[in-house]
Every structure is written in C-alpha cells, then in structure tokens.
Design a binder for this molecule. Structure first.
Ligand code: KG4
Ligand code: ZN
Length: 343
C-alpha cells in the first residue's frame, strides 16, 4: 500500500513514499545553513522555508518513486507537536492533497513517528515494547501497546537530552545541532576528567533532569580563561559520560517495571529520536540490555533524526487499526503521546 509521508515540525522539510516496509522515496531538505548563524532554530524562518519548498519536494518524491498522486492510498502528515508554523504547513498541504484527490488522511503525532520507526526496519518487533524517546524537544520513557496506546513511565522535568547537548555545544563554541559534534569531540577526551553531577539517581519514578548538569557544565567552562581543544574534548566526554549514567539508571528502572507488568523478563526496548544516533549512548544501552535479557532495537542513525519515512509508517500503522483523521484536524504545537487521538 502506497503511503505519502510529510514532515515539517522543526527544521527539516521531509517527504517520503513507502510501500509497506519498503522505501520508494525519501527526501530531506535541511534548513541547517539557514539557522546556523543564530545557534538554534528560528521558528519564523523555519515556517517560511517549509512553505517555499514543500510542493517541490512532493513532486520530487513522486518522480523518484515513479508513481502518480492517484496511486497514493494514504497521506500521513505530522500534526504536531513542534513549531506551529511548520506543522501548519504539513497539515494544510496534506489536507489540500487529500481533498483534491480523495485520499484518506492521518495526522501523525511526530513522537509516534520516532517511536515506531524501529518497527519499520524490524518488522518482527511486536507490540508491546518499551520506548526510550530522546530528541531535541522530548525525553520520555513509554510503554507502547500499539498505535495510539502509550503509558508514560517518565519524562524530563526540565530540558530534553538533545537540548542539553545543543546548549552545552554552544558553550563550547560548536555549531548547531550540537549532539553529533559533542559526540565526535568526546572521542578525543577523557570522560573521567571532570566530576559533573548525575541527577535523578535511584529516584523511584523514571523521570529525568538535565538542568543541574547543564548549569554545572556552564560553571566548569567558565573556570577556563582560555579553553583549549584538550579541555573541550575532556568536558564533552565527561558531559556525555554523565548523561549516559543517568540514562542507564532510569532505563534499568523502566525495564524492571515493564518486566513486572508483562510478567516476563524477555522484553523489547526501542531507543529512538535524534539522540539515538549517538553511538556512545547506544553502546552503553546495548550492554545494559544484554545484562537484563532485553532486546534493544534502534533505528539506523539516519532514521533516528527527523524524517518522513517514520511519519508515513506511523500513518500506516494507525490506518491498519482504523485510526483515520478528519479534515477539520487542527495543527497542534503540544500533543502528548500518551494521550493521543488522531482526530
Ligand atoms: O529527533 P530530532 O531530529 O528532532 C527533534 O524532534 O527534536 O532530534 C534532534 C536532536 C538535536 O538536539 C541533536 O543535537 C540531537 O538530536 N542529536 C544528537 C546526536 N545526533 C542528533 N544528540 C547526541 N548525539 C548525537 N549523535
Ligand atoms: Zn523529532
């Protein structure tokens, strides 16, 4: 079944066409250069840029897949959460195409796109599974019992993990987005150089907190009148080390809870969202999962960050259970995953 996916909730305009678990077209137009001088995403610039390019990308995707709009059986577009200007673009374009061509439509929760991406690449992954979702705007641990059926185990009380990476990168004079740059810089550093605080250790719930670490890193950086490359690498490595410690501590608790709720030890964990592209954190999670008899599923790094394949696939999964959207759907800047309806 041919599904057209459209994503424009942040700084990437993306269009994809999938046929079941096969990708026929996968296009991402990044706005990185547009936002880089500002050290972060400027919402108004992002919104305008999505509007300017979306039509062209849809035409390009249809040509790449060698299909016509008439052959598309479902349109799946991001309906939220994210920057409202961008979401309005995907929602309005999708509504226009659906109405003009009489195609069913599903407005997908962007977070559900991330959560189900691993299932696209590993069809053997069955519901229910545990999801650790870590991106620039979100940090949550959820139990996924199927499309639209999520139970929250925990979330960040302040910053998202990707956000903490981006803000720390800025302090280290690295360009946006900071996650990949800190990971690379950390490879040359000693992770035990500086003792940064690990928050939420052994807290009874599965929540996260990153703001203490962010402030401590800021004070640490301020101690250096002249920050040399070696210092930067050591700070990046120590920062990443402490984040991984918090993640493992929180995930171990979530694994225990999920194993109890499922009444079995052999469970599946999905790690997704932009931060899941981080190889260091993936490795730490892998050994944690190995220790607890848990199978870890991570999307390929290129599908961890924002893309439209994940939106098309989440649309398809919702379509299979009849979760269609209506044309009067309103774009949503905020849209919690653990309480979603696609209407
Ligand atoms: O999922 P995503 O593409 O967009 C959102 O929905 O937020 O995630 C982007 C976030 C950014 O904060 C970026 O710095 C972070 O994911 N990220 C990483 C890595 N690659 C991307 N964080 C840590 N390590 C990475 N390798
Ligand atoms: Zn995302």
């Amino acid at each position: 079944m041919l599904v057209l996916g459209i994503e424009s909730s942040c700084d990437d305009t993306a269009v994809a066409i999938i046929d079941g678990h096969n990708i026929l077209a996968h296009i991402i137009s990044s706005q990185l250069e547009l936002h880089q001088p500002y050290g972060g995403v400027v919402p108004e610039l992002a919104a305008r840029s999505h509007v300017e390019i979306i039509d062209k990308l849809i035409k390009q995707a249809l040509a790449e897949a060698n299909v016509s709009l008439k052959q598309i059986k479902l349109i799946a577009a991001t309906g939220g959460p994210g920057l409202i200007g961008g979401i309005i673009t995907s929602v309005m374009v999708a509504k226009g195409l659906a109405l003009a061509n009489n195609i069913p439509i599903i407005f997908v929760n962007h977070l559900e796109g991330h959560a189900l991406m691993a299932k696209f690449e590993y069809p053997e992954l069955n519901y229910p599974f545990l999801v650790f979702l870590a991106s620039g705007g979100h940090c949550q641990i959820l139990e996924c019992n199927g499309p639209g059926k999520y139970i929250k185990y925990g979330e960040t009380l302040d910053d998202a993990i990707g956000e903490a990476f981006d803000k720390t990168a800025k302090l280290l004079d690295l360009t946006y987005p900071g996650g990949p740059q800190i990971e690379q810089l950390a490879q040359a550093g000693n992770e035990l150089s500086y003792k940064l605080p690990i928050s939420m250790l052994n807290h009874e719930n599965c929540n996260f907190s990153l703001s203490g670490l962010k402030t401590a890193t800021r004070y640490l950086i301020a101690e250096f009148p002249n920050l040399k490359q070696k210092h930067k690498a050591d700070i990046a490595a120590s920062f990443q080390y402490v984040i991984s410690k918090q993640i493992i501590n929180r995930i171990e608790l979530a694994i225990k809870k999920f194993q109890i709720s499922q009444n079995q030890h052999k469970i599946n964990l999905v790690f997704s969202g932009g931060v899941a592209a981080n190889n260091y954190i993936r490795k730490k999670l892998e050994s944690c999962c190995h220790k607890h008899n848990v199978r870890l599923y991570c999307p390929s790094p290129k599908y961890c960050t924002d893309n439209a394949v994940m939106i098309a696939f989440a649309g398809l999964e919702n379509y299979k259970i009849g979760n269609l959207s209506k044309l009067d759907f309103r774009p949503k800047a905020r849209w919690p995953l653990y309480n979603i309806t696609n209407s």
